[in-house]
Design a protein around this ligand. Structure first.
Ligand code: DAT
Ligand code: MG
Length: 140
C-alpha cells in the first residue's frame, strides 16, 4: 500500500498534563512520521466547525468546551496505512474499552477527555488536514 496521511490532534487534557512527547513517541514507534505539526489554541468557531458532524449529539457543547480549554497540537502523520494504524494506536473512543498499550488506555481521563483525535477514513483525513494546514506547511 502507498503512503497515506492522516490528521491527529493531541487534545487539551493531554497538553495540560505535558503528555505531548509521550504521545508523539507512540506514533513514531509505530512507524508513523510527523510531517506537519503546530501548537494552536482553537477558537470556538474552529472547534464547532471541526466537530460539526457531531452538532446534534448531546455531548457537543461539552466537547467544544473541552477542545478550547487549553492549547492543542494538530499534526499530519504519514505512513503505510496511516489512517487505520493511527486509530489502532489511539485505541477505542471510551478508554474503558481501549486495548492495553494504546494512547487512550494509558492516558485518557474519560470518554470526552480522551487525549487524541484521529481521522476515521480517507475522505475525513483529507478534509481535516485541509481544515488546519496549508500545503506548504506539510513537509514529507
Ligand atoms: P473518536 O474521537 O474516537 O473518533 P467520535 O468521533 O465518535 O470518537 O466522537 C468524537 C469525540 O466526541 C470523542 O473523541 C469524544 C467525544 N464523545 C464521543 N462520544 C461521547 C460520549 N458518549 N460522551 C461524551 N463525549 C463523547
Ligand atoms: Mg471521530
Amino acid at each position: 500500500m502507498a503512503l497515506e496521511r492522516t490528521f491527529s490532534i493531541i487534545k487539551p487534557d493531554a497538553t495540560r498534563r505535558n503528555l505531548t512527547g509521550k504521545i508523539i513517541a507512540k506514533f513514531e514507534e509505530a512507524g508513523l512520521r510527523v510531517v506537519a505539526s503546530k501548537r494552536i489554541h482553537m477558537t470556538r468557531a474552529q472547534a464547532e466547525g471541526f466537530y460539526a458532524v457531531h452538532k446534534e449529539r448531546p455531548f457537543f457543547g461539552e466537547l467544544v468546551e473541552q477542545m478550547i480549554a487549553e492549547p492543542v497540537v494538530v499534526q499530519v502523520l504519514e505512513g503505510e496505512n496511516a489512517i487505520l494504524k493511527n486509530r489502532e494506536i489511539m485505541g477505542a473512543t471510551n478508554p474503558a474499552n481501549a486495548d492495553a498499550g494504546t494512547i487512550r488506555k494509558e492516558f485518557a481521563l474519560s470518554i470526552g477527555e480522551n487525549s487524541v483525535h484521529g481521522s476515521d477514513a480517507p475522505e475525513t483525513a483529507a478534509e481535516e488536514i485541509k481544515f488546519f494546514f496549508n500545503d506548504d506547511e506539510i513537509v514529507g
